[in-house]
Design a protein around this ligand. Sequence first.
Ligand code: GLP
Length: 242
Amino acid sequence: MDIRIFASNPLLNTAAAGLIAHLLQAKPNAVLGLATGGTPVGIYEELIKLYTLQHIQFREAISFNLDEYVGLPETHDQSYHAYMQQHLFKHIDLPQSNIHIPNGNATDLEAECARYDALLDGVKQIDLQILGLGHNGHIGFNEPDEGLVGGTHLVELKEETRLANARYFNNLAEVPTHAITMGIGTILKARTILLVVRGTDKAKIVHDALTGPITTENPASLLQTHPNLVVMLDTEAGELFS
Ligand code: GLP
C-alpha cells in the first residue's frame, strides 16, 4: 500500500491527475473506473487542463462509473449522469459510446445490474479505479453490512449516507433511498486502485480502513487486500497517520 499525504488539495489534485495522465499516455485505450461526490472534482479539473493542453486525450479510453441513484432523472443535477457530464465528460473527447454509468431508472433494476456486469466482463479489468470514501467506510455505494456483494447490485442507502449526501440536495427527502453500485469484487479486480480522501471528518474512518481489522462493517478495509493500492490524503484526512 502506497499512502501519500499532501500539504494542499491542489498538490493532491495534480498528483492524482498525473497518475491518470501517465496511464492514458502509456495506454490510450485504458479502462477508467470513475467516482462521483465532492472528492474527485478537483482531480477532474486537472484532467481537463491536461486535456486542453493536449497532454492527454480520451478518444480511445473507456469509462465505467461506480454507481448511480435509483429513480433520479438523469437530467437532475445530482444524478451521477449529470455530475459526470458537468465535471468531466462535456469538457473532453471521451466518446459517448465509451461511457458507462448504471441506469438507475431502468424498469428492471436486476436486469440492469446484470447488463452492467456483462459490460464489465467485456473489458475484463478496470485499469485504474478512482475511489472516494463515505463517512461510514462505504466505497461506491457498498454500505457496511454483515456481508458484501461481489458484482453490481441494488442497495438501500444507509440513513447516514443519505444525511451526508443531503448537502448536495435541497433537503433530505429529495435524497434517493436506493442506488445501483458496482460490487466490491469488481472494485478489487481493478489493476490499480486510487483511493482519495479529504478532510478531518474522514481522518478516523480512513485510518481504521487502512490500519484496522478487515471487516465488511468498514467496506474500505477490504482495500487492504489489494496488491496495488495508492492512497492520496490531504493533511486533514491523513492526520492519524504519522
Ligand atoms: C457518495 C458516493 C461515493 C463517494 C462518497 C463520498 O455517496 N457514492 O462514491 O466516494 O459518497 O462523497 P464525497 O466525496 O462527496 O464526500
